[in-house]
Structures are given as C-alpha cells and as structure tokens.
Design a protein around this ligand. Sequence first.
Ligand code: ZN
Length: 240
Amino acid sequence: MRLAVLSDIHGNLAALEAVLSALAPFDAVWQLGDIVGYGPQPDEVIERLRAVGAQGVRGNHDSAAIGRIDVDWFNDDARAAVEWTAERLGPDGQRWLGELPERLVEGDFTLVHGSPRDPTWEYVYSTPIARACFMAFETPHCLVGHTHVPLVFREDDGRVEMLAPSDGSRLALDARRTILNPGSVGQPRDGDRRACGMVLDTDERTVEWRRVDYEVGTTQQRMREIGLPARLVERLGHGL
Ligand code: ZN
C-alpha cells in the first residue's frame, strides 16, 4: 500500500492541494495533526481530508480550536490564529476534529502529533529526546509531526542517529526502529518554504520525502484579508 503521510497542514489549502498532486498516486492518506490553526481555510482543508478518507490524529492547534485545551498555552500570534479558527469552524468540522484520537496504531506504525510520550506538546527534535521516545511506543515505527521539520531518528544497537531528509530523499525501512517526521505541508520551518510531504510504501518498505512549490502568495493574500497576524503571513514566504 502506498500512503501519503501529511502533517501540520494548518489550514493552508493551496499547499495541501499541491502536496496531494505531487504524492499521487496513493491508496490512502495518513495525517499527523495540526490540520487547522495559522492558515486561512480550516473548513476547506477538513473537507478535502474527509473527501480523500484521511485517517489520523489530532494536534495541539486542533484541540485548541475546539476548546479542548486552553489557548493561553500559545504565543500571541498562534493564539490569535486559533481564536479566529475557533470562530470560523463549522459544526461539522468541529465534530470531525473532536472525534480524532491523539494516538493511532496502524500495522507497524504508531501515529501521533508531538511525540509518543506526549502527543500534544512534546517536540522530537534531538537524539536524547528520540532515545526516550523509542521506549514509549510498541510498533517498529512511529510517525510524528509538530516540529514542522522533516526528520528521521533511527535506533541502531542502542544508539540513535538523526537524519535530515531533503527533496527526493529515500529511506529503506529495515529491522531498525525509526521515528519519522514528514515535515509540514502548510508552514515549513526549515528555511525552505516549499510544502513538504512523505510517501510511505508498506510493500516496498520505503519512505520518500517530497518538497513541492505552491502559490504561497494565494495563501498569504487570504490571510491578509482575514486580518491574521502579519508575522504569520511573512513566515510562510521564508519557510521559517
Ligand atoms: Zn503545527
């Protein structure tokens, strides 16, 4: 089975459409949370994910947008975006987000937003954190998002190595356990503004990362019209 693995779409429909086209053909979509927040089209992104039958988990921004966690945990810009999203979200979208689990196990893969220790808040961005996280899931592999940076952590005989995949990077899944991050669709933060996604082929046992250009200006214009914070508009153009 060929899976499109997406994370941190953050209401950016133009980026989502570009990634879905670039990763096609695929049999199914897995998403790792933060479907909404920051971006201007939360309902449209939810509709698109429902249309492709995406399975996945809820992120911190999703939980905040439906009132499950306190917005005081967010910085000012993120909070402004969450508050706008909460007002804008239709009842169907709210219900759909509310029904998403925080953790999902599918075959050899555990899906979470942040980390298997703390699906809501923890960022897996270093080998010491990854080492501790390998003890917090049972499956051979774990899929995480939240950092908005594509990353791989691989456990090899007690050691943990970190790899930073770029466009076209491919990794064969062998007996070594991994924590895999597809990067962010809607708000990349590794200095490359192109949208990011991952293809997981469970028959070939490979993963491959893709970077995709999309019309950043379209999303930025919508954000300006809504009045979302200027810093959030600008960062999309820099990928930071
Ligand atoms: Zn996020």
